[in-house]
Design a protein around this ligand. Structure first.
Ligand code: PMP
Length: 454
């Protein structure tokens, strides 16, 4: 009863993110009511393993009483403090210090945001300010990677290089450029790591040339693993090679770790594993494990100092009401403590089991590719393995696969390209990982039986 009326209210009033509005009205909302560990429960009592940790954000898993206590206690003491007027709060200051200590290299300065999109937006503003400070205002062009995702603000959606996020919105903007992805499974350069890296370097050089030379380019943006583009894992050494080439050109390198940060690929930051120190780095999602909203920009010493010196006694005019929110910061501090008290280790173990389990499905007639790192993985479905033929888009495969997995007790992300995305909470037990694999196998068999797919 309750659920039926909610479906009607939702249909009439709630606009959902990245949804076909009419399609959603027809299908109706699935209302989630509670969650513990890696399991979510819907309004009908159906229990599912959340193989996508919400939206790849609930890295710690659901139901941690210590996180609830941290938030409640902070709300009681001091629910809000602005960072304007040189004010601050203890949890925000401590969090910045703890994060800076753990971030790669000299990423010693932290600017807090509300999520990933405004973190990306903030980097664009800081990068522009930096080049003005350095008296190189002609550096106004930004380069990102096809299949990359960098948020849903106008600026971020323009850096995003996925057509679905451009259509109807008048982006990308004239100063936003893209180079092809490393997409190993479908790379025209073949599957050889060195050839793919060489092709990306050549594409970056050519793009810089096309823009009019490095003296016009401000920054290059990359995700350590492209998430929303379909969990595209670059060849080992790709990030390092791109970072070095940017340095050689004098271009700032921005690593977008909104998905990969906080244990998703194993360590706290994927950049550490890639052995790079970006000039700026964005995080969100796992920072608070989705319990409350928060994101952050990490800034290296030289970027911070250039901005600070240029501004002198003037204000750097960039700020949000909820920057460094004390409740979010208190939550993030507790989440960080949990990561470092067993969760990262459990995630690394569970991630190896997840990827091995998904690899064991390679012989299934629909499985074209299996890829991943840590607790971030994907299975790419095809109708012809030799030709790598994608699933027919007309059959709305993504929605139907999602619904089949749901019926089988598993939440996954089903991308419109026929890619199944996995990002389970790091707290998953071995038996939960095994259940994810078993339910995926059943979902694949159900999909194979679907006449429209064949
Ligand atoms: N950057 C990346 C790499 C992301 O994956 C996302 C979100 N999926 C964002 C930025 C935007 O973050 P948010 O949705 O928190 O605004």
């Amino acid at each position: 009863m309750l659920s039926n009326s909610l479906v009607e209210l939702d249909r009439a009033h709630l606009i959902h993110p990245v949804a076909s509005y009419r399609g959603h009205e027809a299908a109706g909302v699935k209302v989630l009511t509670s969650a513990r560990g890696a399991t979510v429960t819907d309004a009908s009592g159906h229990q599912l393993i959340d193989g996508f940790a919400g939206l790849w954000c609930v890295n710690a898993g659901y139901g941690h009483e210590s996180i609830v206590a941290a938030a409640a206690s902070q709300m009681r003491e001091l629910p809000y403090a602005t960072g304007y007027f040189s004010l601050g709060s203890e949890p925000a200051i401590r969090l910045a210090a703890e994060l800076a200590q753990r971030a790669p290299g000299d990423l010693n300065h932290v600017y807090f945001t509300l999520g990933g999109s405004d973190a990306v937006d903030s980097t664009v503003r800081f990068v522009r300010y930096y080049w003005h400070a350095r008296r190189e205002p002609l550096r106004e062009h930004f380069i990102s990677v096809e299949q990359g995702y960098h948020g849903s603000s106008t600026v971020g959606a323009g850096l995003t290089a996925l057509p679905a996020f451009h259509a109807g919105f008048g982006v990308p903007l004239s100063w936003q450029h893209r180079i092809p992805s490393h997409y190993v499974y479908r790379n025209p350069a073949g599957a050889d790591d060195d050839a793919i890296i060489a092709a990306s370097l050549a594409a970056l050089d050519a793009k810089i040339e096309e823009i009019g030379g490095a003296q016009r380019v401000a920054a290059f943006y990359a995700e350590p693993i492209q998430g929303s583009g379909g969990v595209l894992v670059p060849p080992k050494g790709w990030m390092k090679a791109m970072r070095a080439r940017c340095k050689a050109h004098g271009i700032l390198f921005v690593a977008d770790e909104v998905i990969t940060g906080f244990g998703r690929t194993g360590p706290l930051f994927a950049c550490s594993e890639d052995d790079i120190i970006p000039d700026l780095m964005t995080v969100a999602k796992g920072l608070t494990s989705g319990y409350v909203p928060m994101g952050a920009v990490f800034m290296s010493d030289h970027v911070y100092d250039a901005i600070a010196d240029a501004a002198g006694s003037s204000a750097v005019g960039h700020g949000y009401t909820y920057s460094a929110h004390p409740v979010s910061a208190a939550v993030a501090l507790e989440v960080l403590r949990l990561y470092e008290n067993g969760l990262l280790e459990n995630g690394a173990r569970a991630g190896a089991r997840l990827i091995a389990g998904l690899q064991s499905l390679r012989d299934h007639p629909l499985v074209g590719d299996v890829r991943g790192r840590g607790m971030l993985a994907a299975v790419e479905l095809v109708t012809d393995k030799q030709r790598k033929t994608p699933l027919p888009a007309a059959a709305e495969p993504a929605k139907r696969i999602f619904d089949r997995a749901w019926k089988n007790g598993l939440v996954i992300r089903a991308f419109p390209t026929g890619v199944l995305g996995y990002a389970p909470p790091l707290c998953c037990s071995e038996s939960e990982i095994d259940a994810i694999i078993e339910r995926t196998a059943r979902t694949l068999d159900d999909t194979l039986a679907d006449a429209e797919v064949r």
